[in-house]
Design a protein around this ligand. Structure first.
Ligand code: SF4
Length: 437
């Protein structure tokens, strides 16, 4: 049965295969040498913890899950008791039976035991686009997290189903901004800032793709927009053409790093703490603000530090350090390059044999990049195994369960975004697509 050894550190046991990575190929192989884990429960199977509140073992263990976060009920013992080989055979057989009716979408951060079955591997927006680009497919099994499956449901056709194999696969960062908190904050901001006397709005709401459909819809209804980690600068420029300031949900680090790169100062970026009146700010601070940062963060990317970068530079003087913009600002400023998972992937693709890359992003992606490029040295800045807890909740047992359900005509764990929410969220997503440079 699967354990931490083959969650992260023994990808060598995964059969060498190639998978489409939205136009490219992906290879599994030997991981980098990593010896410690951040959580002893990483050896626990997800169904053993699915009854408990919280995000489970991994980087988000200590984050507080809202009471509204979806729970996963038990799945039949024939799946949880099955051996790895049996699950493998059942998944492959179900995939073959379903043929073109099915596409499995695997996020870059997903574990190898799942990614090896994926028809497409990419970031959240690439995978949602893949769903949109395949109108002939009846069902998409989204091996990512809840907000990603929602976005795929919004962008796909009404008759297509999007399935999340484990409903407990949420995202702790997305959960840090609930729609009730956002509406409350908006009401307070409107009271403090009033209505604009000129063409530019007082505040434009901008949400990162890593947010619930309800918050994307809020942005759609309130002249706001969605961004990804690839286009956050373009989106902020779009917002500043239309408003005097922005409120940025839910990742403070992406908001701060993007705004700083555009020349804004820390003083122009107050933090909005949702449990405090006026987010813990004075009226003057909010009036002077250019970007009001929601107090959310990704616990995977928050782990990276400047000390880790210093160590990488001491160990490998020619190292190139690349960080994801969800990392804290000091890490981003100390890195040689900053960008989305796709940017990181392309930067490494452009490397030469013998190059050394230290990467500040989720460990499954980094290990896979090393496997794909044995001619280079590629390692995670964090020497501790600490995967995204929520991606971890998707295990082959759940994948086998949802696939065999489809074969039998049963749709387990369908993610259905309310029609009104989907319409409003689409407005914010379309604005993002139109704002592309
Ligand atoms: S890596 Fe961070 S932002 Fe991405 S799904 Fe996991 S918790 Fe959410």
């Amino acid at each position: 049965m699967t354990s931490v050894a083959n969650i992260i550190a023994s990808a060598a046991t995964v059969e060498q295969r190639s998978r489409t990575m939205l136009g490219d190929t992906i290879t599994f192989g030997e991981p980098t040498d990593i010896t410690t884990t951040c959580d002893s429960q990483l050896s626990t199977e997800p169904w053993q913890i699915d009854t408990e509140p919280g995000y489970g073992p991994g980087a988000s263990t200590n984050d507080e899950a809202p009471s509204t976060a979806p729970h996963q009920g038990p799945i039949p013992a024939e799946y949880t008791d099955a051996s790895e080989a049996e699950l493998d055979a059942r998944i492959i057989a179900a995939k073959e039976t379903l043929g073109d009716r099915l596409k499995i979408l695997g996020h870059f951060y997903q574990r190898d035991e799942i990614v090896k079955y994926a028809d497409f591997v990419g970031d959240s927006f690439m995978l949602a686009q893949a769903a949109k680009d395949h109108p002939e497919t009846e069902a998409f099994v989204f091996c990512g997290v809840h907000f990603m499956a929602e976005t795929a449901d919004i962008l796909s056709d009404e008759q297509q189903s999007v399935i999340l194999p484990n409903l407990a696969a949420g995202c702790s960062m997305a959960d840090m901004a609930t729609i009730d908190q956002v509406e409350e904050a908006w009401e307070q901001l409107m009271q403090v800032l009033g209505t604009s006397n000129d063409e530019r709005a007082e505040v434009i709401p901008v949400t990162y793709m890593n947010s619930s459909a309800a918050i994307k819809a809020f942005c759609g209804r309130n002249d706001g927009i969605v961004c990804t980690s690839s286009n956050a600068t373009t989106v902020l420029e779009w917002a500043f053409e239309r408003g005097k300031r922005v409120i940025f949900f839910p990742d403070q680090h992406l908001g701060r790093n993007t705004a700083k790169a555009m020349g804004l100062t820390e003083e122009q970026m107050p933090l909005w703490r949702p449990y405090l009146p006026m987010g813990g700010n004075t009226q003057q601070q909010l009036e002077d603000a250019k970007v009001i940062l929601w107090n959310g963060f990704c616990s995977v990317h928050k782990r990276f530090t400047v000390a880790q970068i210093d160590k990488a530079r001491a160990d490998y003087p020619d190292v190139t350090v690349i960080a994801h913009p969800e990392c804290p600002a000091p890490v981003v400023e100390a890195a040689d390059g900053v960008g989305s998972t796709e940017y990181i992937r392309k930067a490494i693709e452009a490397g030469q044999p013998g190059d050394v890359f230290a990467v500040g992003t989720e460990i499954n992606l980094v290990n896979r990049l090393q496997a794909q490029h044995p001619e280079m040295t590629i390692f995670c800045l964090d020497p501790v195994i600490c995967p995204c807890s929520t991606m971890y909740r998707i295990h082959p047992a759940y994948l086998a369960w949802v696939l065999e359900g489809l074969v039998e005509g049963q749709v387990h764990n369908q993610i259905c975004v309310d029609a009104t929410v989907a319409t409003d969220a689409s407005v914010a997503l379309e604005r993002m697509l139109a704002a592309r440079p």
